[in-house]
Design a protein around this ligand. Structure first.
Ligand code: FES
Length: 100
């Protein structure tokens, strides 16, 4: 679907698999270039969704990034060694956040 025009210079982890990346490009671009199209599953039906706008408006690119949920992959710059995973369902709140 997408083809890289610039060489990669690092790797990231996606769902436990190493993905070639270029530091500074968006995580969404990295994943799309690797053939990943499902970034999250909806909270109600579990339907898979992927990036649509690539500019921070649609929220269909939400992922878990380095343990933080609800990160917009299209706005997250790649850092070597970052660990990302699919966002499954709604964000899980920690007990300390519920009390706030
Ligand atoms: S692709 Fe739309 S917010 Fe990221």
């Amino acid at each position: 679907m997408f083809r890289r025009t610039e060489p990669t210079d690092c790797t990231i982890s996606w769902e436990g698999r190493d993905i070639p990346a270029r530091a500074g490009e968006s995580l969404a671009v990295t994943l799309l270039a690797a053939g990943v199209t499902a970034f999250r599953q909806t909270p109600v039906t579990g339907t898979e969704r992927g990036p649509l706008c690539l500019m921070g408006a649609c929220f269909d690119c939400l992922v878990e990034l380095d343990g933080q949920q609800n990160v917009q992959a299209c706005l997250a710059p790649v850092r070597p060694g970052m660990v990302a995973a699919m966002q499954r369902g709604a964000r899980h709140f920690h007990q300390s956040e519920d009390a706030a």
